[in-house]
Design a protein around this ligand. Structure first.
Ligand SMILES: [Zn+2]
Length: 426
């Protein structure tokens, strides 16, 4: 498997065990679903027992250690900030731990301490997903990544040096303009990258309306933002390659990854995922709920039932042989859900699809001010605002004013901001 040697070397130099972690993962994906599920339950029970015994936060709750995961309280970023070191195993030597920062897109970040097993598993999961995309472990790739310049390290001198070994060419996409998108498009045509990885919106901005690549990529990986069906179509057409979606976060890295048959497979040998309704019960197939994740690898700071704030649609099945369960779709942030006709939750993904009746749009943003709804739209070519307004009204159960916009403001993190509530603007 291409690239294995590089990781063996990096394991040896860095005292890591990524290759053994990868081999264990490749072995587990040949298991049948019941064996995989039983192993996940065993590891989860072991983790709950460890938390009750060793972690001050959980000891303070008076856990016995034999509780079912569903009996534990939910954690969120605020808990993480407030509890701080009480969530860390005091016996875990600090010098062996690494820090991941919980996403700060919509709030202050908090630190998550990862032990080596967790770090190795994070990397190994990324490598395993390369095989799902039909790629070598290390493939020459273009990275279209959009955080602010002071956050992202790929563009620094040392980042570019590391990029040589990883076969990465980095294209920053923060504040991406049409001119910059055109420059990236030209570079991609020249570069002939087998793999392209990027923010969904950046991949789409480069792909939309352009003639397809003369030399198609082999796989495109969209991440960090929701990937709407129109975006997927435009990206696939431009790159001439299958488009894969990755769902994850800083705290747990990859949580789910798409396979070649299109299923969003949950990496249940890495995480336990619950999709919960507002009443705390599991979402039924077709229902949208919040992603709540427990990390099976990290004993230094066991995050059990950690609320990601992301909306997932439960259910679905996949025709491929992987034993990992699937969910139907990622719908973006919970805070971006609106109440639609009949109380049904409406996500930016639904809005993007409804807007298609008017034509193609590169980006949209709903503005909610009291009872008034407006949708800013950045169209691609001709756009029939009246037809789009009718579709949105049917979706949301109230009139929506469509406004054309040349630029749609984003979060300071550089990610798309599909919903703005006027009361938040202050
Ligand atoms: Zn599959």
């Amino acid at each position: 498997m291409g690239g294995r040697l590089l990781y063996r070397l990096s394991d040896r130099l860095g005292g890591r065990r990524v290759v053994p972690a990868l081999d264990a993962m490749l072995e587990r994906q040949s298991w049948d679903p019941s064996r995989l599920a039983a192993d996940g339950r065993r590891r989860l029970a072991d983790l709950v027992a460890h938390a009750a015994r060793a972690i001050p936060f959980y000891r303070g709750l008076g856990l016995r250690g034999s509780e079912a995961i569903e009996d534990l309280p939910l954690l969120d970023r605020r808990t993480l900030r407030d509890a701080g070191d009480a969530l860390r195993d005091p016996d875990a030597p600090l010098e062996t731990l690494e820090v991941a920062t919980s996403g700060g897109s919509t709030g202050a970040p908090a630190a998550v301490w990862l032990d080596r097993a967790a770090c190795d598993a994070h990397t190994a999961a990324v490598l395993r997903s390369q095989t799902w995309m039909g790629l070598p472990l290390v493939a020459r790739h273009a990275l279209l990544w959009g955080p602010p310049p002071d956050v992202v390290t790929y563009g620094t001198f040392s980042g570019r040096i590391r990029g040589i070994a990883a076969r990465r060419t980095f294209y920053p996409t923060y504040g991406l303009t049409d001119e910059r998108a055109e420059a990236i498009r030209r570079a991609l045509r020249r570069g002939r990258f087998p793999q392209v990885v990027g923010y969904s919106s950046a991949l789409d901005h480069v792909a939309a309306g352009a003639a397809p690549l003369e030399r198609p990529a082999r796989a495109v990986l969209a991440s960090a933002e929701i990937l709407t069906p129109p975006q997927r179509r435009r990206i696939g057409r431009f790159f001439g390659a299958p488009v894969f979606e990755r769902f994850g976060c800083n705290e747990f890295a990859t949580v789910a990854h798409q396979c070649g048959a299109g299923g969003m497979h949950v990496l249940t040998d890495r995480v336990h995922l619950e999709i919960l309704r507002p009443d705390g019960r599991p979402a039924a197939p077709g229902e949208i709920g919040e992603a709540v994740v427990s990390d099976l690898d990290n004993r230094a700071m066991p995050l059990l039932r950690y609320r990601l704030g992301d909306a997932l649609e439960a259910g679905g099945r996949c025709s491929c042989p992987l034993p990992f369960p699937v969910f139907l779709a990622a719908h973006g942030r919970m805070t971006d859900l609106l109440e639609g006709t009949g109380g049904r939750p409406i996500s930016p993904r639904h809005v993007a699809v409804a807007l298609e009746t008017g034509g193609e749009t590169l980006e949209h943003q709903l503005r909610v001010a009291g009872g008034h709804l407006a949708c800013a739209v950045r169209p691609l070519g001709r756009f029939d605002a009246a037809r789009a307004a009718v579709s949105l009204q049917a979706l949301l159960g109230r009139p929506v004013e469509i406004r054309m916009a040349a630029v749609i403001p984003r979060w300071p993190s550089g990610k798309v901001r599909p919903v703005v509530r006027e009361e938040e603007r202050a």
